[in-house]
Design a binder for this molecule. Structure first.
Ligand SMILES: [Zn+2]
Length: 299
């Protein structure tokens, strides 16, 4: 039986505040939103510290509230490979001394089985928010701590690490998709590649060539930002995009008569239109071509 966490109340308030932020902004938060912190007993408490990976606010007495990995401004270091492969995430201690203040705070959280927040960097100053995050196995020689992600509905009774490992692995594709969506939308200035709709809640990313993921998960050079309507039409191979950017609709759509205003205004006008590629990132020609050939065969 682990000792009682003296900071349990602050942790619960932090999770409530994060839930509201995620409901408003989605599960990938910009740093400026995280930096606002949260209110507790008339005081502002920080979720994390920009410079440190392991963070315990001064209002807490034991254990860490959050851990964080970052993506540096120049180039991307964090890749999908950093996401949990077989079990939990592998979090690296700070520095080479396992007994610094920060590393001890993390180990103390582990000894308490205390839930934390994991801010997983996906782009400069953008973080996938994972909580409740628990410390799993700690390796003081390798200076690593396994991190598994639990369910917010089970804060009172933590599931076993083995159960949380399995859940973390099962949830991985969902997080990968959230990261892919975030990176693709930001490369395309948050607009649908077909119709330019720019309402964030109505935009998603579609994988162009499902077998094109070389490193296990699709990246922006194999994805298109699409509004929910055009995403579904594209995913069903009723809309194809040639490598030069020409949009083609299946004959079953172009030849349909009396199909209603969505067909007439949101689908048919785009047959023959051109995608405006962004300057920073676009799907590779080979992926577009293979996908277009599949569309042509289906259509
Ligand atoms: Zn669209």
């Amino acid at each position: 039986m682990p000792p009682t966490d003296p900071d349990a109340e602050i942790r619960l308030v932090a999770f409530d505040a994060l839930r509201s932020l995620v409901a408003r902004h989605g599960e990938i938060l910009p740093w400026e939103v995280i930096a606002e912190g949260f209110q507790h007993r008339g005081e502002r408490i920080l979720f994390a510290n920009r410079a440190r990976g392991i963070f315990r606010p001064k209002q807490m007495t034991a254990g860490a509230l959050s851990i964080k990995t970052t993506v540096p401004k120049a180039g991307r270091v964090a890749r999908y490979d950093d996401l949990a492969v077989e079990g939990g995430f592998v979090y690296h201690f700070q520095g080479t001394d396992p007994d610094t203040f920060d590393n001890n705070a993390l180990e103390y959280s582990a000894s308490l089985d205390a839930p934390m927040i994991y801010f997983f960097g996906v782009a400069p100053a953008r973080y996938l928010v994972l909580f409740p995050a628990y410390a799993g196995a700690i390796d003081r020689t390798a200076l690593t701590c396994e991190v598994v992600i639990g369910s917010a509905n089970e804060l009172a009774t933590r599931a076993t690490t083995e159960v949380l490992r399995r859940r973390t692995v099962v949830a991985k594709p969902r997080w990968e998709h959230a990261i892919l969506r975030d990176r693709t939308l930001s490369a395309w200035d948050h607009r649908c590649a077909v119709c330019s709709l720019s309402t964030p809640a109505l935009l998603d990313a579609s994988v162009v060539w499902p077998d094109g993921a070389l490193r296990g998960a699709p990246e922006e050079d194999n994805a298109l930002p699409l509004c929910l309507l055009h995403r579904d039409v594209f995913d069903l191979d009723l809309l194809g995009i040639e490598p030069v950017g020409t949009i083609r609709l299946a004959r079953s759509l172009t030849a349909a008569v009396g199909g209603g205003p969505v067909l007439d205004a949101a689908l048919k006008p785009f047959d023959g239109a051109r995608v405006r590629w962004p300057s920073v990132s676009r799907p590779r020609d080979e992926f577009l071509l293979q996908r277009f050939e599949r569309f042509a065969r289906a259509a």
